[in-house]
Structures are given as C-alpha cells and as structure tokens.
Write a protein of this length. Structure first.
Length: 317
C-alpha cells in the first residue's frame, strides 16, 4: 500500500537516502528542508520523480499544510548533526529540536499520522554505563558547548512521549549512533569524513585527544533500514530504540585503518580533546535485534564504499 510520507531534513546526508529508499519501495515523499546543512544536490536526482516533492522551509515556523492531505507518516530528521554545524548557531539548533518538534507533532495530531524522531546517542553524554542501553538516563552537561544538540534532542524525546500521553499519537524514537557513508559532507567535522579527506590528500590526520576514545560506526544503509523497520513494525508507543553498530574501535584504530585503505602517506598528529567530547560510545542493541534488525555492513566494507565515493566525486581536493 502506497504511503504519503514527510521527511524533515530530507536534503541531508541521512534524510536524502531515506527519501530515496522510500521512493524506491513505492511511497510518495514530501521532503522539507531549509538547506542550512542539507544540500539541494543530495535530492536533485529525486526531483524528476512524480512521487517526490521538495519544499524549502524551516520547521520552526508555522507552515501551511492544507494541501498535504493525507499524510500517513512523518520522519523528523531536521537538525544539524555535526558539531561544527550545530555549534555555529546553538539557539537555532535548540529551536529546531524543540519548536520544530512541537510543530511536527502538532501536524501528526492534525493528520492522524505516525511520527518518528531521529534522536541521537549524544543524549547519553559521557556515559556512566557501557555499552549504552535505552534505560540509561545519560550524563549530559546542560550548559556546555554541545548542550544545544544534546539537551535539545533530550527535550524532543520528552515532547514525543508527552504528545503520546496527552493526545494518543503513535510516536517512535530512534537513537542514532555514529553513522557514515557516501554523501557525507567533507567539511562537517565528523571523524570519518575528516580522516578520509586528510588521507586522500596525504595531509596529517588530526586526532583530538590521545586516540583511545572509542566509537561504533554504522553504515548509512544499515541505519536507514533500521529506522524504517521501527516505523513500519512497531505498533503503538514504543520506548526508544538504539540504532548503531555494536563493534567498537578506538579513534586511533580508525585513523590507522583509513591510512592503510587509502595507501596514504599521512602522519597522525594529536590535538586537545574538545569540551564534553564523550570518551566511549557503543550501543547495546537488543531491542533492535528483537525487531529483526542488525547492521550487516562491517567497517572495512563501509569505509571502502565511502572512500570510493569521496574519490569519485573529487571531494578530497
């Protein structure tokens, strides 16, 4: 059965791929994006499709949605996810998570639509438990330079649950752990794109901290598959679901791997660790397993696809 689906942040790295997957399975998609961090080029190939519509707008503002009936589902991905982007305008970042979520939740109420919030592993902050599971309340600095994103996403989760309790809407939350893949912005400051760009240009690879901090990297396609599975298969209200790859590596190991895979002459240099940057990150994904989802692309395969894409489009120059 064809669905009519809104994807906010649909011109971004993850949002554009979500739009593509939904279109390919036969759905109609309305992409909403203000293009502050998303790119028109990410959705340009989709504009030729009759079942795709792009609306440039800001979800923190009230938008006329009278002509968007019916709406079956809303995926709320709007919000810059890279530290560089969300720290450029922290107030706008917080408004997107809070006022933007309120506006989309109100729309879900009016349209009787299911709605999914793309939350983040950053709501765990500097974790007190390892690996992180969905019952952890987190350890977040509410006044740090990253708090506009971390606290904003926590507030959005609160809103999604309160709208369910008060209005009975079918809301869902996924907590996304570090995701990478083709179409990443080379200048977004995230570690995979940074390292690939530096390695392909034989420049020093910059590690912030001593490199012992860990992350768990999930390939883009796996992440989107998990997000759709939560939307499609979870009935009624649902506790948050971690989506990520539980295979944990250090940042130093990641740098060494990328140098080896790109045959780079890059050297590694170490800089001061940024404020509130988590030292450990790995998801416990039993809830996702119970839904029938697990990541299938390992780090070597995913990095090779990403390196090939960076090379093919010349983004390493």
């Amino acid at each position: 059965m064809t669905k009519r689906i809104i994807v906010t942040g649909g011109a971004g790295f993850l949002g554009s791929h979500l739009c593509r997957v939904l279109l390919n399975r036969g759905d109609e998609v309305i992409c909403m994006d203000n293009l502050l961090s998303g790119k028109h080029s990410n959705i340009e190939p989709l504009l030729e499709r009759d079942t795709f519509e792009f609306i440039q707008c800001d979800i923190t503002e009230n938008n006329d949605v009278k002509f968007w009936d019916p709406i079956d589902e809303i995926y709320n991905l709007a919000c810059p996810a890279s530290p560089i982007r969300y720290q450029e305008d922290p107030i706008a970042t917080m408004k997107t998570s809070v006022q933007g979520s309120i506006n989309m939740l109100d729309m879900a109420c009016r349209k009787n639509a299911k709605i999914l919030q793309a939350s983040t592993s950053e709501i765990y902050g500097e974790p007190l438990n390892h690996p992180q599971n969905e019952d952890d309340w987190g350890n977040v600095n509410p006044i740090g330079i990253r708090s506009c994103y971390d606290v904003g996403k926590r507030a959005a989760e609160c809103l999604f649950n309160d709208y369910h309790r008060e209005f009975g809407i079918e809301s869902k939350i996924v907590r996304i752990f570090n995701t990478y893949g083709p179409k990443m912005d080379k200048n977004d400051g995230r570690v995979v794109s940074n390292f690939i760009n530096q390695a392909l240009n034989n420049r020093d690879i910059t590690i912030y901290g001593d490199g012992s901090q860990t992350r768990s990297f999930c390939y883009r396609d796996d992440l989107i598959e998990g997000m759709i599975k939560v939307m499609d298969e979870v009935k009624g209200p649902w506790w948050p679901v971690n989506l990520g790859n539980p295979n944990e590596i250090t940042i130093k190991q990641l740098a060494d791997l990328i140098i080896d895979m790109t045959h780079s002459k890059s050297e590694i240099k170490f800089e001061k660790l940024p404020e509130d940057d988590p030292t450990r990150r790995r998801p416990e994904i039993q809830r996702a397993y119970d839904l029938g989802w697990s990541p299938s692309v390992d780090i070597q395969e995913g990095l090779q696809r990403t390196i090939n894409w960076f090379s093919s489009v010349g983004l390493h120059s």
